[in-house]
Design a protein around this ligand. Structure first.
Ligand SMILES: [Fe+2]
Ligand SMILES: [Fe+2]
Length: 473
């Protein structure tokens, strides 16, 4: 019953802990069932978007989109987790969070995940599905009872805030990658997805679902996904393994100030880690629980951030990273030669195995000593991230084996099985394994106004006989 009298609080303090006015709080048009139903539908869409972003990382050649998908997959994973935890508080066991809440929502997400064309995919995500998700969160925030269902209102508010940023960045990407001629196709595709979504009564199911869905455009197509990593044109000579940065980094004869350049290179090259993690996650899929996907998605995003730290390092030094080969054969070889459990083994072995003697503390010490404050800052956080990744590995990889030693040995064995194809790539004319170090180092010195050290300039270790942990091949 609506109140007639204005509600009085002590000395006119804000009512109801500041959540809403009493006039709003006395309304009873909300229920726990409605809350759970809407949350589950939004959850489903975000989970499918997460999975779709991840699956597109290896096959997407454009570096900026690889990092964008890594970021947005991570944000979707965080939101999915927030919803799961809220649903679990609402008398829901069994939670039913792995069920498809609506076949028409499923159809919309299937179409999106199968879309073979990048700009259309982007416009579908950022101009149709995510804006609809954002609208559903806004409705949830407004409709849910502000006191009785306050935890839901809170997450709806936070999600809407984040989704606004996702949509803004994504629509900028569509604008940058499309031309006027693309517009009719883009609009047509957006109309198609919108109609599909409409047929399901919108993401939260609050709209009437009278119309029948349009015909699927990609009914027989698999989702857009490939193991073979792709790189855009700026990645020149990507088969080049003519410089072994680890051999340089861990050699005492070289100066810390020069080693930071190699550290930045190593960071940037880490864009290959999201490419490998994406195939681990996609191939394992439902064989692992949500918590696995959530934590590994965080790690995947961290690795994309590490690559961006390298990119920033080059920019800070006024060096053009596109002039040097950023090797991609680690992700290529792992993704095409190993199964997902083996790839996970290699990932864990490298992260854990490099940790103590030649690992992240060492890189941070080198960066601290180098006099480059940005390198020090980045390595400080890179180190912290890697400690987290080792913990994630201990939670999700090690328990599959009898002991840590056995888990490590398995990763080492899998890595040894990977053929580096160093000679083969050369014989096939894919690369000359040119030693790019002297050029880069000379330019680095010129920009700093210092004379290159002849011994440092002469560095020429390759990956022909040694892998990144300096074990012989
Ligand atoms: Fe990393
Ligand atoms: Fe890592």
């Amino acid at each position: 019953m609506p109140r007639n009298e204005p509600y009085k609080t002590y000395r006119d303090l804000p009512e109801l802990a500041g959540l809403c006015r009493m006039t709003q709080a006395v309304k009873s048009d909300w229920s726990l069932d409605e809350s759970v139903t809407r949350l589950k539908r939004i959850h489903y869409v975000l989970r499918r978007l997460h999975e779709t972003f991840i699956a597109r990382i290896p096959g997407e050649p454009i570096y900026e989109l690889k990092t964008l998908y890594s970021h947005h997959a991570y944000l979707c994973a965080e939101q999915v987790t927030a919803i799961r935890s809220r649903v679990s508080e609402m008398r829901e066991p069994p939670l039913g969070l792995d069920k498809v809440p609506d076949a028409l929502l499923e159809g919309t997400l299937d179409e999106l995940s199968r879309c073979p064309e990048t700009v259309q995919f982007l416009s579908g995500v950022y101009s149709v599905v995510l804006p609809a998700c954002l609208a559903a969160c806004e409705r949830l925030r407004v409709d849910a009872h502000p006191i009785a269902d306050a935890p839901t209102v809170r997450i709806a508010k936070l999600m809407a805030y984040e989704l606004t940023e996702l949509c803004d960045t994504g629509t900028q990407c569509v604008a940058c990658l499309s031309s006027d001629e693309d517009q009719p196709n883009i609009s047509d595709w957006e109309d198609h997805l919108t109609a599909y979504l409409k047929s399901s009564g919108s993401i939260d199911g609050t709209a009437p679902c009278t119309e029948s869905p349009p015909e699927l455009r990609y009914p027989d197509v698999q989702k857009a996904y490939q193991h073979e990593p792709q790189r855009d044109d700026r990645f020149r000579d990507p088969y080049n393994a003519g410089v072994n940065p680890e051999a340089f980094l861990y050699d005492d004869q070289y100066a810390a100030s020069d080693k930071t350049l190699m550290i930045y290179y190593k960071r940037l090259r880490e864009i290959d880690v999201p490419e490998v993690m994406a195939t681990i996650l996609t191939d394992l899929g439902g064989a692992e629980p949500w918590e696995f996907h959530k934590e590994m998605s965080r790690q995947l995003w961290d690795e994309a951030r590490h690559a961006m730290m390298g990119e920033i390092g080059f920019a800070a030094l006024n060096l053009d990273w596109t002039e040097i080969p950023i090797n991609f054969t680690w992700s290529k070889n792992l993704n095409t030669q190993l199964n997902p459990r083996e790839r996970h083994g290699v990932l864990f072995f490298i992260e854990q195995g490099l940790m103590p003697k030649t690992g992240k503390r060492y890189e941070w010490e080198v960066a601290s000593e180098s006099g480059d404050p940005l390198a020090k800052l980045f390595q400080d956080f890179d180190w912290a991230d890697e400690v987290l990744h080792a913990q994630i590995g201990r939670r999700w990889y090690v328990p599959r084996y009898n002991s840590l030693n056995e888990a490590m040995a398995y990763g080492d064995k899998c890595w040894s099985q990977v053929l580096s194809n160093w000679q083969q790539y050369k014989d096939e004319g894919l690369t000359e394994h040119r030693n790019w170090w002297p050029d880069l180092y000379s330019k680095f010195c010129r920009l700093k106004g210092v004379i290159p050290d002849p011994n440092t300039l002469a560095f020429q270790d390759t990956y022909e006989q040694k892998r990144a942990d300096l074990e012989n091949l």
